[in-house]
Design a protein around this ligand. Structure first.
Ligand code: SAM
Length: 351
């Protein structure tokens, strides 16, 4: 039918404008708007501009966009310019020191994912990541060649992982009854944020975080107090070095970084370290053909890595080739879904 429907037009405008909303969020977060208005609520645009050392015209525009997006509230005053303060959403997620701060991930989206997405068309055409086009450097391994080359980029990436792991960690750690496991190894566990959520949720569990030396040497930076002695760190390369022994192997946002061959290499090493009854717990967003989050995240993996997001049955299939069965999945509604599989017996169908 040829009649124009209001909701159709609104939906398509919303999709076309999605990038503007994202960039307004990234920019206000990076410029420190929310931290400023938390300590000094009620500033007007000229005062915010002065504090941020930005133009009044630009700041007015940005603050009004934040109001329209539900990140700020404004109070009008007759004859005077409006005063701004944070909404609940901003206080919860956008302050640098909020327990569930997403600032680290937002920064990564702005500085890393945004440039990669500007080459999405090439990514689709070539079927491969766009790191060289976006960052001007050839890179074989996204971590060792792109993120860990400079201390600044490494810390930015670690902050990004830390923020998502803190928000989603509890949902993943409590998705299954893990009471029979005494030791876990968080493979590629980065800052340890997920490991700490596991020990918090399971008082008898100890977790070894296994990650590259470049990451482990910075982990103190994220947990200066070392309040939990059930979390320890071991440095190594999970494709080359021996993995720490554990009853439970956690793989949070690891498999989506790699193509199937590399996933098989890692799973075969884990399977070798496992005895029957040991388990693998995967935390990833599962492609379900319905929600945009996992499908868009898969585009992100395409542009950024050599991996992809996968469906529940793809994970089950990859794991079954290494003797992991009895799979169960919990959709957490948070960033990551949780998937567990138990080691049945020693088999490997991969040549
Ligand atoms: N598991 C963490 C989480 O969910 O927040 C971090 C996920 S991040 C996408 C991937 C992690 O794998 C990074 O911490 C990275 O340093 C680590 N990693 C990548 N290649 C590795 C390797 N060859 N050996 C050990 N760790 C590796």
């Amino acid at each position: 039918d040829s009649e124009l429907k209001k909701e159709d037009l609104q939906r398509i405008i919303e999709l076309m404008d999605g990038f503007k909303a994202s960039k307004a969020l990234f920019t206000s977060s990076k410029m420190g708007v929310f931290d400023l208005l938390q300590t000094r609520p009620g500033l007007d645009a000229a005062q915010v501009a002065q504090e941020l050392k930005a133009s009044v015209k630009g700041t007015e525009c940005l603050l009004e966009a934040c109001v329209a997006l539900g990140l700020l509230k404004s109070k009008g005053r007759t004859g005077q310019s409006p005063m701004y303060e944070n909404t609940h959403l901003a206080t919860r997620f956008l302050l640098s020191d909020a327990p569930l701060s997403l600032q680290g991930y937002i920064r990564h989206c702005n500085d890393t994912v945004w440039p990669l997405f500007s080459h999405l068309e090439s990514a689709v055409q070539d079927g491969s990541n766009q790191r060289e086009k976006a960052f001007g450097k050839k890179s074989q391994d996204v971590f060792q060649d792109t993120y860990y080359n400079s201390k600044e980029v490494k810390l930015r990436f670690m902050n990004a992982m830390h923020s998502i792991a803190k928000v989603t960690g509890k949902a993943v750690a409590t998705a299954f009854d893990l009471s029979k496991f005494k030791t876990a190894c968080d493979i590629g566990g980065c800052t340890g944020a997920m490991a700490y959520e596991f020990t918090k949720a399971h008082p008898k569990l100890s977790v070894t975080v296994f990650d590259l030396p470049a990451v482990v040497e910075m982990s103190e930076h994220f947990h200066p107090l070392h309040t939990d002695n059930r979390v320890s760190f071991v440095a190594g390369d999970f494709f080359k070095d021996e993995l720490p022994k554990a009853d439970l192997y956690i793989l949070a946002r690891i498999l989506h970084d790699w193509p199937d061959e590399k996933v098989h290499l890692l799973l075969s090493k884990i399977a070798d370290a496992c005895t029957p009854g040991c388990a693998v717990l995967i935390a990833e967003t599962m492609l379900d053909g319905q929600t945009p989050y996992s499908a868009l995240q898969s585009l992100n993996m395409l542009a950024q890595t050599d991996g992809t997001e996968r469906t529940e049955s793809q994970y089950a299939d990859l794991l079954s080739k290494h003797g992991f069965r009895e799979t169960r999945v919990v959709h957490t509604w948070n960033f990551l879904d949780a998937f567990i599989a138990i080691k049945i017996k020693r088999i490997c169908l991969i040549a």
